[in-house]
Design a protein around this ligand. Structure first.
Ligand SMILES: Cc1cc2nc3c(=O)[nH]c(=O)nc-3n(C[C@H](O)[C@H](O)[C@H](O)COP(=O)(O)OP(=O)(O)OC[C@H]3O[C@@H](n4cnc5c(N)ncnc54)[C@H](O)[C@@H]3O)c2cc1C
Length: 427
């Protein structure tokens, strides 16, 4: 290591990308420190047990588990994962009345027809808003695609590039009964992580970088930055001058969605509804809201909304959004649930200064934006995280993608530093 540096790598952020980056760096014999603003690790993967029963406030599903490194990691750590049976089982309601089965089947057929329609769109036309591609559908079909965009991507379909969406890897999901956050936290055990240590700015020096934090300056030969696109766009970290035009344009081409969860904890009353009879209110204010009932047999209901609906909940604040969601749930179950409510929690990532949104999507006509983030234009400064895991990895927006990106950035950084790397890593 250069004598004037404290570490080879300063890694900013202890989410999935930062944790993987640190494990990779240490595994390859480099020195590193992870600087994390919050008082916990995991970033947008966090298992919240503050209500008693636990729930994942951020990521919950190990997507495309046939190739997701977190399945292997869970096995290594002895943490159970289970196959997930899919999202198709939500019982839809409008105005508190169950939507008839034939309408549900129609909705499903429309969604399947939409996929067939996408196959007929020429490659050069794919970078259009998802909503434009849905114009061929009847109203009911367009509503189904809007729900898919809001609840899957966290954003309304007119803002999202269809091409970016179609690049996402597909595959079976697994879930973690103890919580995905618990798994990611366990993977961080023993790493050199400084909590409560927000990075204020990164200055380039002749020897590398000075990373200025609330707790002093870290001197590093290279920096791997893993904060979200939203945090960077909000200017929360001062970056050295000389960022490439491509990098800046890449940031401009991406934006953060607002997938939002509200958890309701009950006293044990389950209103005669069995586990697995999950619901979706198609007429919730700001867009459809799903209700997952009694996850892992706990006395909890987890409501999810995205796009306009997610932002609306966050703007209301925790108390009002919990009340709103409880009222809507009561309409669906035909009974006031509130006398049995023991507490509620709003997980509002879009209003959180350390995430500034749920995950990054590419705007229409900007599907190249993710690739543009891969070269900051400053030697020794690397950007990683879920937003950059498109292209080579069709895994952006996910925990796995963040990990791939963290691994990739460290590999590049150590190569630039001339750190000896095994041949298998250089491939
Ligand atoms: C509601 C929701 C549901 C989701 N569902 C899924 C899912 O089911 N499956 C899935 O795979 N993915 C899901 N995701 C996406 C997934 O959580 C993210 O893609 C992934 O966790 C991002 O990891 P990251 O390391 O790139 O970023 P982050 O997790 O955001 O990590 C960045 C870290 O940087 C820290 N930081 C910010 N500012 C500073 C600063 N100034 N100084 C120091 N540190 C700072 C943050 O606190 C954070 O810990 C979901 C996300 C949300 C919000």
């Amino acid at each position: 290591m250069n004598q004037s540096a404290d570490v080879d790598l300063a890694i900013v952020g202890a989410g999935a990308a930062g944790i993987t980056a640190a494990r990779t760096a240490l595994g390859l014999g480099a020195t590193c420190v992870v600087l994390e603003a919050r008082n916990r690790v995991g970033g947008r993967v966090h298992t919240d047990a503050s209500l008693g029963p636990h729930f994942d406030a951020g990521a919950a599903y190990i997507h495309f588990c046939d190739r997701n490194p977190w399945v292997r990691e869970a096995r290594r750590l002895g943490i159970e994962t289970r196959q997930w049976r899919g999202f198709m089982h939500f019982e839809p309601y409008i105005n508190g009345v169950r939507v008839p089965e034939e309408a549900v089947l129609r909705r499903r057929r429309v969604r399947e027809g939409f996929w067939t329609h996408l196959e007929s769109i020429e490659d050069q036309d794919l970078d259009q808003p998802i909503s434009d591609a849905a114009l061929v559908l009847q109203d009911e079909g367009r509503d189904a695609i809007t729900d898919m965009s809001r609840l899957g991507l966290g954003e309304d379909p007119q803002h999202v590039s269809l091409r970016d969406y179609m690049a996402l890897w597909d595959g079976p999901d697994r879930i973690v009964p103890q919580g995905y956050g618990t798994l990611v936290m366990a993977a961080a055990a023993g790493l050199p992580i400084r909590l409560d240590c927000p990075v204020d700015r990164i200055n380039q020096t002749s020897a590398g970088f000075d990373v200025v934090t609330a707790k002093g300056v870290i001197k590093a030969r290279a920096v791997v930055l893993t904060v979200s696109v939203g945090v960077l766009k909000a200017g929360r970290i001062g970056l050295p001058s000389g960022l490439s035009a491509d990098f800046c344009s890449g940031l401009d081409g991406l934006a953060m969605g607002a997938l939002t969860k509200v958890a309701l904890a009950f006293d044990g009353e389950r209103f005669g509804i069995p586990q697995g009879a999950d619901k979706i209110a198609l007429d919730a204010p700001g867009g459809s809201m799903t209700f997952e009932l009694w996850p892992f047999d706990q006395n909890l209901v987890l409501a999810v909304s995205g796009g306009q609906g997610g932002r609306r909940l966050i703007e209301q604040g925790e108390a009002a959004s919990v009340e709103d969601v409880a009222r809507l749930f009561s309409t669906i179950i035909g009974r006031d649930c509130r006398p049995h409510l023991r507490g509620g929690r709003l997980s509002g990532w879009w209003g959180d200064p350390y995430s500034e949104g749920s995950y990054a999507y590419a705007k229409p006509d900007r599907h190249h934006a993710r690739a543009m983030l891969l070269d900051t234009g400053i030697e020794g400064l690397y950007y990683a995280g879920e937003a950059t895991a498109g292209g080579r990895f069709g895994a952006c927006m996910t925990v796995a993608g963040a990990s791939y990106a963290g691994w990739d950035a460290v590999k590049k950084a150590l190569k630039t530093l001339g750190h000896p790397l095994p041949r298998r890593v250089l491939r």
